[in-house]
Write a protein that binds this ligand. Structure first.
Ligand code: ZN
Length: 422
């Protein structure tokens, strides 16, 4: 069961080279499961027993199911669709030596730079065109080995193994072709999207790692892939949403964008997207704002974003007592400064839920002298104030283009999500 779920996860990630593709892949699954697509620009009239989904910017998605009986409140699992990568700048082609063409890129989020070198990369995202008088966006994936960021030979940088400071404008530009490739990059993108180059009015294009996911280790206990943070949680949340009974609460599967750059966009956790959808579910069922606030008071949110496992080579980086490991269950994250929204009450609710689901859990806190990361939970609760817990799956090499997690843990989170959604 564990391996099957891990393989299914790798299939989902392979279909999701960017946040836009992840949302499209989820839409496809939700549609096949009989969920109805809603648009933010339409008036919603909802039915009890109905299952729906809505997207914003094609990069964030909220799916929800309304129980047949009057709901007690909302049960939400929130994760994110984006991962650190490099964004292709406007007018990306740059010449080198008059012989090569490379691309001008900039950082999206905080990545580990070194593993981006010397491996086949390609480009995916969306292009925006005018069709029948309307601006429409189209998914694009140049589905072949297209680019590489070559390292400098050690003979020209003898101290490279003593630590190296990467400069995003100098070191990280991918090689695209020989001089004859000049002027062809956007044409290549247009062809992959099935459109003409001159029709492209806008684009959001990102690099992605071409290496496929792998299950490995002495007993196949590890799973490695690009974008485990946070597609592992997004995928588990979706599976749990589909499997849950959804009889007492309005089940909400929420995947937001731009977590890696601080969430402060119209489709991020700091936006009103989740709030707007919850309010509209309430009014779409014929209730007033007072009802919404009453429902919210009885609601619960799980913010699901991957967590750091103790690293076998860097044991000293972890808290002396709370030391999560891969394959040992869902990680509940705590931070006194409320970088994580877990508190005594929400932790208790979640632990109880894990026990009922017969799923192991473990604890993460930062070492008291190390500043940790943050996630979408505490940002989201400024828009939708409700009891919430921060959790994740233990992984290594967070923000590398090839991350490593435990084979068992995806299935654990699926089970917990199923229990959350009753
Ligand atoms: Zn994350």
């Amino acid at each position: 069961m564990y391996r099957e779920t891990a393989e299914e996860l790798l299939g989902f990630i392979a279909k999701s080279p960017t946040c836009f593709h992840a949302v499209a892949a989820m839409k496809e699954i939700l549609k096949a499961e009989g969920c109805t697509e809603l648009r933010e620009e339409d008036r919603w009239s909802l039915e009890k027993g109905g299952k729906y989904y809505v997207t914003r910017n094609d990069s964030a998605l909220i799916a929800f199911a309304v129980p047949k009986e009057e709901a007690k409140g909302y049960r939400i699992m929130a994760s994110h669709s984006d991962s650190p990568t490099f964004k292709i700048k406007e007018n990306p082609e740059m010449e080198a030596e008059g012989k090569y063409v490379k691309l001008n890129v900039e950082c999206y989020g905080g990545m580990i730079c070194a593993p981006w070198f010397d491996r086949p990369l390609s480009v995916a995202g969306r292009v925006v065109v005018k069709e029948n008088g309307e601006i429409v966006s189209k998914l694009v994936n140049v589905d072949r080995d297209l680019l590489m960021i070559p390292n400098l030979a050690i003979h020209m940088n003898r101290t490279v193994n003593d630590g190296y400071k990467f400069n995003a404008q100098k070191d990280m530009l991918p090689l695209y072709g020989m001089g004859s490739a000049k002027g062809t990059f956007m044409k290549t993108v247009a062809e992959a999207a099935g459109i003409k180059e001159e029709d492209i009015l806008g684009h959001d294009l990102f690099l992605y790692n071409r290496q496929e996911g792998a299950i490995w280790g002495a007993e196949n206990e590890f799973v490695s892939s690009a974008r485990l943070d946070d597609l592992q949680c997004a995928f588990s949340s979706l599976k749990g949403f589909l499997a849950g009974k959804k009889e007492k609460y309005i089940a909400v599967h929420c995947v937001l964008d731009n977590e890696e750059v601080g969430s402060g966009t119209k489709q991020g956790a700091a936006s009103t997207f989740l709030h707007d959808v919850l309010v509209r579910i309430n009014s779409g069922l014929g209730h007033d704002y007072e009802d919404y606030l009453r429902k919210l008071a009885g609601s619960f949110m799980v913010s699901a974003d991957n967590a750091h496992a103790v690293h076998p080579n860097y044991a000293e980086k972890a808290d002396p007592v709370n030391r999560p490991c891969m394959n040992e269950g869902i990680v509940i994250k705590y931070s006194a400064n409320q970088k994580y929204c877990t508190d005594g009450v929400s932790a208790a609710v979640f632990k109880d839920l894990c026990r009922k689901a017969e799923v192991p859990f473990q604890i993460f806190t930062n070492r008291s002298d190390i500043l940790g990361g943050s996630t979408l939970g505490n940002i989201s609760t400024t828009q939708v104030a409700l009891s919430a817990v921060d959790i994740g799956l233990a992984q290594l090499a967070m923000h590398s283009p090839y991350e490593t997690a435990g084979v068992k843990d995806t299935a654990y989170l699926v089970k917990a999500a199923e229990m959350l959604f009753e």
